[in-house]
Design a protein around this ligand. Structure first.
Ligand code: PLP
Length: 310
């Protein structure tokens, strides 16, 4: 076995903005599972690493944007478990001056230091990354590899995410998770008990997520998406969000990332303020990790002369 099935700790949150509300929030610290294979990416890689070994692959190939948590996690897992890794990265401009890219992009620098080989592709080619032609070109170039889709989502990833919730988590009424591709929340939904429901917070715009999730989940489960907290789209942030993330960390000691968990927590707090959840609800928010992305986001914020994440 490569990654063992660990249970992350749960921490109760006391946050001033909602202290007058009769609702309790707990955070499941999946971000603490591993120093580099962080959060949900640990769960998503677990069975894929085992499958790659079973199929006798030596190379792990996957896809991501320039700040991808999945790319960082895959590179780290490759070193730890002896796979060569190839990252197909969106944005061919990044390859033009690679040394400069590494100065401003801590994610790619980290992946490169963990021996990941990059294949930078244009945005239009990246959109075709699931086509037969594109994959065949990669095979011609790199030989045999085990392919994991963008964000790491496939059936085996969902299976791994079914291990996020444990017996001790049955005391919560509502479980909240951030959503990128939908793999993580699908696993969480599948492991729900009948008295529990899930509220998901997409970190991006788009109506396709519901159908993505339906591909993976059991029909008996209770879940919904709240699409009001994407802050303009994937990777987009506002000053208000940054202010919230900093205030939340100051009061609770829990760091949030700006792409996923910050938006989810902002949404949970806002909904509590609006009395969306029934009184005395016990909410379990899953901290899916992503903290490695803060450095890259802070570089972007500094360039725009905006406040940074502390
Ligand atoms: C990748 C990621 C997500 C999204 O997970 P999906 O399974 O793609 O929905 C959420 N939070 C963090 C921190 C992530 O890195």
């Amino acid at each position: 076995m490569f990654l063992e099935n660990k249970n992350s700790r749960v921490q109760q949150v006391h946050f001033s903005e909602i202290e007058d509300k009769d609702i309790s929030i707990f955070v499941k610290r999946e971000d603490e599972l591993h120093p580099f294979i962080s959060g949900n990416k640990y769960r998503k890689l677990k069975y894929n690493l085992e499958e790659a070994q079973k199929l006798k692959h030596h190379t792990f190939l996957t896809f991501g944007g320039a700040y991808s948590n999945h790319i960082a996690a895959a590179a780290s897992a490759g070193v730890e478990f002896g796979f060569k890794t190839i990252g197909v990265i969106r944005g061919d401009e990044l390859a033009f001056k690679l040394d400069e890219t590494f100065v401003t992009n801590a994610t790619l620098k980290f992946a490169s230091e963990h021996n990941m080989q990059f294949e930078f592709v244009s945005r239009s080619d990246y959109r075709n990354k699931t086509s037969k032609e594109f994959i065949n070109n990669l095979k011609d170039k790199f030989g045999k590899f085990y392919l994991v889709p963008e964000g790491g989502t496939n059936k085996l990833a969902v299976k791994g995410c079914e291990e996020i919730l444990n017996k001790e988590d049955e005391i919560y009424d509502i479980v909240c998770s951030s959503i990128g591709t939908g793999g993580t929340i699908s696993g969480v939904i599948n492991s729900l008990k009948p008295h529990q429901k899930v509220v998901g917070f997409p970190a991006l715009k788009g109506d396709f997520l519901k159908n993505e999730i339906k591909k993976y989940v059991l029909t008996s489960k209770k879940w919904s998406l709240n699409t009001d907290y994407h802050f303009g789209g994937y990777g987009k942030v506002s000053e208000e969000l940054i202010y919230f993330i900093n205030k939340f960390k100051k009061e609770t000691n829990i760091p949030l990332d700006p792409i996923y968990t910050g938006k989810m927590m902002y949404g949970i707090v806002d909904l509590i303020k609006k009395d969306y959840f029934p009184k005395r609800s016990k909410i379990l928010a899953i901290h899916t990790g992503g903290l490695q992305g803060i450095i890259g986001m802070n570089n972007v914020l500094k360039n725009k002369k905006l406040p940074i994440i502390e």
